[in-house]
Write a protein that binds this ligand. Structure first.
Ligand SMILES: CC(C)(COP(=O)(O)OP(=O)(O)OC[C@H]1O[C@@H](n2cnc3c(N)ncnc32)[C@H](O)[C@@H]1OP(=O)(O)O)[C@@H](O)C(=O)NCCC(=O)NCCS
Length: 183
């Protein structure tokens, strides 16, 4: 394949990936992406459909045509609605390294700002061995000119199944949207 042809395909591929809040019909695709990631704790399929129904404003899906190729699951913490907890984010292996996860996070946080209920802080937990995830959130913090602090949160003792500890990363304040993330 010529390099020109391969560049066209890449450009086309990028243009056809749309990002929007999920609908219930996307839940199965989100579950499939989580399963195929081979990294995430796979939740029940029910959980993804439930989030698509009840937490759509704080979740996003990436779609290539009708196919879900990435998602972010999040919710506003009930006691602190300006704090978004990002539970899971994943994109299919053939979509990685293109900035798609960053786009999912930017769209979610920027969307909340324009809805009149800004998200000021993002929280997520990351195991120490998940370098890709650590880089993703460090990159997000830089784009939003925000600070990132890490503290112990979910310890091995909290889990019944020898789960690795999950330190919490707190990123904010999110008052400086990058120009590309304004919606
Ligand atoms: C983590 C994951 C979501 C990143 O998705 P992605 O779309 O490839 O990430 P992006 O292209 O938006 O990259 C964001 C940043 O992370 C960096 N990054 C992404 N993958 C990386 C990797 N494997 N190693 C090192 N850095 C990586 C990018 O270089 C970029 O940093 P930059 O802006 O400073 O250049 C993806 O690898 C994935 O789905 N992994 C499996 C599921 C998972 O572990 N999810 C996180 C825990 S919930």
């Amino acid at each position: 394949m010529s390099s020109q042809r391969s560049q066209d395909l890449e450009t086309d591929g990028h243009q056809t990936v749309a990002v929007r809040p999920p609908r219930m019909a996307d839940g199965a695709g989100m579950w499939r992406v989580a399963r195929d990631s081979e990294t995430l704790d796979l939740n029940s399929s029910y959980a993804y459909v439930l989030f698509a129904r009840d937490f759509a404003p704080t979740c996003r899906v990436a779609l290539e045509g009708d196919k879900v190729v990435g998602f972010v699951l999040g919710y506003r913490r009930p006691a602190h609605p300006d704090r978004l907890f990002v539970w899971q984010v994943a994109v299919d292996a053939n979509q990685r390294g293109k900035g798609l996860s960053g786009r999912l996070l930017d769209d979610l946080v920027a969307g909340a700002r324009t809805d009149g209920s800004p998200i000021e802080w993002l929280e997520t937990t990351i195991t120490d061995d998940n370098i890709a995830s650590q880089r993703l959130f460090a990159s997000f913090a830089r784009r939003w000119s925000a600070e990132e602090h890490v503290a112990a949160l979910f310890l091995t003792d909290h889990f019944p199944d020898a789960h690795d500890p999950e330190p919490v990363h707190v990123i904010g304040p999110l008052s400086h949207a990058p120009a590309a993330a304004e919606v």
